[in-house]
Ligand binder design. Sequence first.
Ligand SMILES: NC(=O)c1ccc[n+]([C@@H]2O[C@H](COP(=O)([O-])OP(=O)(O)OC[C@H]3O[C@@H](n4cnc5c(N)ncnc54)[C@H](O)[C@@H]3O)[C@@H](O)[C@H]2O)c1
Length: 294
Amino acid sequence: MVDRLLVNGDTVVGVDDLSSGKLSNLPEELDLRHLDIRDSRLKDVFDEVRPDVVFHLAAQISVSNSARNPKLDADVNIGGALNLLECMKTQDSNGASLVYVTSGGTAYGQPEVLPADENTPIRPLSPYGASKFTVETYLPIYENLSRLTYSVIRLGNVYGPRQDPHGEAGVVAIFSRAMLAGTSLKIFGDGTDERDYVYVDDVVEAILRAGARGHRGPFNIGSGLGTSTNRIFELLAEYCSHEHPPEYGESRPGDIKAIALDSKKAKIELGWEPIVSLEDGLRATVEWFKAHPI
Ligand SMILES: NC(=O)c1ccc[n+]([C@@H]2O[C@H](COP(=O)([O-])OP(=O)(O)OC[C@H]3O[C@@H](n4cnc5c(N)ncnc54)[C@H](O)[C@@H]3O)[C@@H](O)[C@H]2O)c1
């Protein structure tokens, strides 16, 4: 996001507490404020910067962490978003626009019809899915209370260069790094679980389009296809020349069996479609991890 905004010539100010993000992933020219989004000093940043567009991506991002500590998850994902919305509400400007980035992969739980469109009932199976969705319900309220406008982007499983390979989420990054390091890998469940993988550059394009056009959404952003963990393993093993078969373990609480997102609405209203194929995206990700052994 930051790279693209800077290339476009925008003035960009980032807010991050670096709890999971890394400075090394960010360009040096970024004006970064090292701050928790729950902190009352966020207001000072808004008063100083008076942003035209706010892209809200800061979050507790782990489904497993949310199952272990739902209160912390809600604190950051709901409480942090409310702090931000309060800053936007009182911001002395002509009304900024907000792009709220949330999860399509967890909001719908296990839908009966796949790919799931935006009218699919919201039935999250994890605290993370619940907290991320909850914020959507506040947005029309804040729109009424203040002059902010908003767009909602519901993402599939994002992957690509610079994703954290040390966390519990982000299977492509975790597998790529482990395979390149020659270590063995564990798949939770039997590997037939399906997710909708979407490349980071395509996601950035969708978020920027939402910010520029002021369409509310919500917009599902995904490929429309479910890909199994076994297939991801197979493709990455080929690109990493990895020859060891995976181990299989217990499924994780809160994980769903299959999800794929229907993004037709984004195509119609934002003119957005994914352009990077899974194979090309995975190859690019492996190349990046080869060049950045961490
Ligand atoms: N990666 C995916 O597959 C995916 C899928 C659906 C939705 N999303 C959403 O996209 C957004 C970005 O996620 P990502 O995958 O790029 O993860 P990420 O870890 O790269 O980004 C999240 C950032 O939020 C920061 N952060 C966490 N808690 C914070 C706090 N209290 N105050 C300030 N900063 C804080 C982290 O340090 C990190 O830099 C999140 O809102 C996430 O819910 C991601």
